[in-house]
Write a protein of this length. Structure first.
Length: 63
């Protein structure tokens, strides 16, 4: 019932309907960006671990 009432109220107010559509699109855009960044992070992490050898990890830093 509450869902039906909220749908009815939102349908009567074009400003709220437009704002809701904009917010939903923004959520989709942000979710897509999160997936892209996770994928990029995984690729960078994989590249880093592939380039490091065990000896590199065990040697003390020069300095």
């Amino acid at each position: 019932m509450a869902k039906a009432l909220l749908g009815y109220v939102a349908a009567d107010n074009p400003h709220l309907t437009r704002e809701l559509a904009v917010l939903r699109r923004r959520v989709v855009d942000l979710e897509t960006e999160v997936l892209r960044l996770k994928s990029e992070n995984d690729a960078l992490h994989s590249s880093l671990t592939d380039n490091l050898s065990t000896a590199d990890l065990l040697e003390p830093a020069a300095g």
